[in-house]
Design a protein around this ligand. Structure first.
Ligand code: 5GP
Ligand code: MG
Length: 175
């Protein structure tokens, strides 16, 4: 069946949201030079825009990758860390995990637990989107952009079968 894209969040709204999040991070990390850890691949555009809106010097940008959406790991309540950061990149640092969307919460929960083992000085979560309707694991989103309804979203880095990441706005993908 043909898929239809319905715009949920415009480019302008995304830009305003990212700017707001950057200001909140600037306020809280003023003298601390945080390390930002992006979860690949979905957060790459958000992270790129976020850092360009931040004035606080960022001491490092790292990435990690977890098992993809819809895999059998979801039912086990745990995602798998496929690519980690180096322990020395995190230990003793003020770390902010950057995610595109928190859905069941399993990916971010796994990523946060994993990073905690590396003993950061502090660890916070920043997510562009929150889809609370399907939450299975409680996660605290310290810096949240926008809440979205229970729809499958794409665009602005977020994909369906590797497609649509390049779209500048965010859409619901409907059949
Ligand atoms: P979780 O369910 O573990 O919170 O989210 C897992 C991952 O699924 C997220 O990192 C995100 O990349 C992806 N995801 C969650 N909701 C959606 C959605 O509506 N659309 C797309 N394309 N990916 C999603
Ligand atoms: Mg993701």
């Amino acid at each position: 069946m043909e898929k239809k894209l319905v715009q949920l969040i415009s480019q302008e709204e995304i830009a305003a949201t990212v700017k707001q999040l950057a200001q909140e991070l600037d306020r809280d990390y003023e003298n601390r030079s945080p390390v930002l850890v992006g979860i690949l691949k979905g957060s790459f555009i958000f992270l790129a825009d976020l850092v360009r809106n931040m004035k606080t010097p960022i001491s490092n940008i790292e990435f990690m990758r977890l098992s993809s959406y819809g895999s059998s790991t979801i039912s086990s309540g745990q995602a798998e860390v496929i690519v980690s950061v180096a322990q020395k990149a995190v230990r003793g640092k003020d770390v902010v995990l950057i995610e595109d969307i928190v859905d069941t919460g399993i990916t971010t929960d796994t990523a946060l637990r994993h990073l905690k083992q590396y003993q950061p000085a502090s660890l916070k979560l920043c997510s562009l989107l929150d889809k609370p309707a399907r939450r299975q694991v409680q996660v605290t989103i310290d810096y949240l952009g926008l809440t979205v309804p229970e729809r499958f979203v794409v665009g602005y880095g977020i994909d369906f079968a590797s497609l649509y990441r390049q779209l500048p706005a965010i859409y619901a993908l409907e059949t």
